[in-house]
Design a protein around this ligand. Sequence first.
Ligand code: PEP
Ligand code: MN
Length: 363
Amino acid sequence: MEGKTKQTAKWLSKSEKPIIIAGPCSAETETQVISAAEEIALNNQVNIFRAGIWKPRTRPDSFEGVGIAGLPWLQRVRNETRLAVTTEVAKAAHVEACLRHGVDILWLGARTTVNPFAVQEIADSLRGVDIPVMIKNPINPDLALWIGAMERLQKVGIKEIAVIHRGFSSLSEKYYRNKPAWQLPLEFKRLFPHIPMINDPSHICGRRDLLSKVAQKAMDLDFDGLMIESHCDPDQAWSDAAQQVTPQALQVLLDELVHRSVQEDSDRIQNDLDKLRKEINVIDDELINLISDRMRIARNIGLYKKDKNVTILQPKRWNEILQRCLDKADTADLSKAFVKELIDIIHDESISQQSQIFSENKK
Ligand code: PEP
Ligand code: MN
């Protein structure tokens, strides 16, 4: 029986790479869910169907999901296609309803991961239940919260866990809907190499024309899968219309992805890489030495400012530093955004070292 195979399958295993999850942001009507699932099931690369039943919306009076009425629609997808089904749960009542309706995989949304009370409530309702769970990153760039949510689920015995990188809220980000901050998922992967890491380009980009670039980057960074929102009539979707793609566009996007190997097996590749990596190591050493020299001079300036009783931050000078560096970005083949971020971090550290000098042996 189809249902039985689905129950015993390992959906979130790294060996089933890439794990491809697709479906509409929200379940809207039974016809919309079934037609999306039928179209998506034609694409053999997709193994899991997603649709939000309970939608955490930022403002009231937006469409908040069809609720429990949508679960039989997911059951139909499960019975009538080869796809497993997944939906977002945000509290114990959602979990219980999903378990009653045979949902294959649950996921925790970004607004849930951020709240340890909600995560614990969900974990408690899953004690002793054998069901795979995916955990989206919290909305704020806090790795410990993300790890904490995973640990809460592990502690109640959930064994099949994957995490989803969907980007982070940020005041400064303009290009993406949610800043990718790739260093966070990469650090998660480094700490927990056995946990599959899935990328959600839809919620990072917020607009469909950027999806393939982000999806390709995730593949190049050895992510284990993708979650992409797909709707038969994206512009008419009841939520997240700008970021959804038709099942046909999804097929093109997935077909065009380049999958590179992480294996460095041949000797030649290994030697070439070793040579380049040695060069990188030399440059990293130089970078650290240069930054250390810069900090030493900054501390001397700090001593001088303290002696002369002038403030640490001199806005005119800070503008000048920033402008000089930004002017060099183009010829150095670096983006202005990157140079700004780098100089900001270095300048922050200079300021904090000077502040330390100001607070030491106060005159
Ligand atoms: C979603 O997947 O539709 C969703 C609400 O995502 P997130 O929790 O990443 O905002
Ligand atoms: Mn969505």
